[in-house]
Design a protein around this ligand. Structure first.
Ligand SMILES: *Cc1c(COP(=O)(O)O)cnc(C)c1O
Length: 410
């Protein structure tokens, strides 16, 4: 399990903001990644919920190559039919009336935050610019989104924190109500906190937020960067509880691995975002749109999302079995669809390393959890394989614990 966490000092010219695991991959197919040393890994991280169709999905590869041979980029100074088409399809399947394409999740959040602020400015209340946010949230790494996420580790040393975010405990409706004041523009929430550790709030919480926003004349802004695009078995996670936002940011799975994000808004909430108020150079370019449309072809095909939900429950059942067999290692299983968290008793980084020892990838998150975010195309065979590898990893960790105990009592 002793695995080097970083490249040797001086070996890399990549800015060392990541403590990278010492594995590199040469190719991928479906749920499998082949490392440069030839080892095959079962990928239940999907590049952090991005590769929703797995690796090298033929439909996605074909779309990318065909568009790549035609046209990559023209800028948003011109009409982009591929973007019109993707926006039409997203609007048809969601609460939204308008879509703005971005290159990343953080950029989508920036747009969503600006939309919420501009709405009130357009209503003659520019003083309403604050958003109620939640402890344990993650919204990205730009200056505004680190302020919105509130994690001191990401904020410290980067100058004055962007004004206008009021964090309260996740799930605490009374605290939200108390935090809403004359300067509040809306509430910004992940329907399930991802980086925070797959924290699932009660259905009443999200419904309560909707009711509160309606009562106070403020906007409900959802961050579905991780939960969106089928991850939970619905196109968007808010559909699980029947609560619709006014503004939504999404990314990760939307491009299937091509850098793409979007923010979406109702006509009313977006009314301040008129010509000239917002822009991006790359966002929604033909190459990105070809990938986004190809992802939707698969995700919206009849039965696909139902299968995600079905396989998600199967995976969850298998994980519950693991928790019952390894109670000293696994504390809790939580999540929805194919966005599942294992809260562990051992340090989550040790758990992830033990799983990697079995040539399977999972992703650490807050509250001492690891996330299972498999490609949505993972089948029963891959789920069975995941179970076997996780089971072996738990056994190895149990052996470590037993050895430590013997060592301590000797
Ligand atoms: C990943 C993530 C982001 C940031 O997305 P980037 O593409 O890394 O900028 C924002 N919100 C949530 C919920 C995320 O999971």
């Amino acid at each position: 399990m002793a695995e080097a966490q970083v490249s040797p000092a001086g070996a890399s010219h990549l800015l060392p903001t990541y403590a990278r695991i010492d594995v590199a991959f040469a190719r991928g197919e479906g749920c499998w990644l082949e490392a440069t040393d030839g080892r095959r890994f079962l990928d239940f991280g999907a590049g952090i919920a991005v590769c929703c169709l797995g690796h090298s999905h033929p439909h996605l590869v074909k779309a990318l190559i065909e568009q790549g041979q035609k046209l990559w980029h023209v800028s948003n100074l011109f009409k982009i039919p591929e973007a019109e088409r993707l926006a039409d399809r997203l609007v048809e399947k969601s609460f939204a009336d308008f879509v703005f394409f971005t290159n990343s999740g953080a950029e989508a959040l920036e747009g969503a935050i600006k939309t919420a602020r501009k709405y009130h400015a357009a209503n003659g209340q520019p003083e309403r610019f604050r958003l109620v946010t939640f402890e344990g949230a993650f919204h990205g790494r730009t200056l505004a989104t680190i302020a919105a996420g509130g994690n001191p580790k990401y904020i410290e040393g980067f100058g004055p924190k962007v004004e206008g975010f009021d964090p309260v405990p996740f799930g605490d409706l009374a605290a939200v109500e108390a935090a809403i004041g004359p300067q509040t523009a809306g509430v910004l929430v992940e329907p399930i906190q991802g980086e925070g550790g797959i924290r699932v709030p009660s259905q009443d919480f999200l419904r309560g937020l909707r009711a509160l926003c309606d009562a106070k004349g403020i906007l409900l802004v959802m961050d579905e960067v991780q939960t969106g695009m089928g991850r939970t078995g619905r196109l968007f996670a808010h559909e699980l509880v029947g609560v619709t936002p006014d503004v939504l940011a999404t990314a990760k799975g939307i491009g299937g691995g091509f850098p793409l994000g979007a923010f979406m808004t109702t006509r009313e909430a977006g009314k301040g975002m008129i010509a000239g108020t917002h822009g991006t150079t790359y966002g929604g370019n033909p190459l990105a749109m070809a990938c986004g449309n190809a992802v939707l072809d698969v995700v919206l095909a009849p039965g696909f999302l139902e299968e995600v939900a079905r396989k998600g429950s199967l995976l969850r059942q298998r994980l519950a079995e693991l928790r019952d067999t390894h109670p000293d290692i696994i504390a809790e299983i939580r999540g929805e669809g194919m966005m599942l968290g294992i809260r562990t008793h051992v340090p989550n980084l040790d758990f992830a390393a033990a799983v990697r020892g079995q040539q399977m990838l999972v992703i650490p998150a807050g509250e001492n959890t690891v996330r299972l975010l498999p490609p949505l195309v993972a089948g029963e065979a891959e789920i069975g394989e995941a179970f076997n590898r996780l089971d072996k990893a738990c056994r190895a960790l149990e052996a470590d614990l037993a050895a430590k105990k013997t060592g301590a009592s000797a």
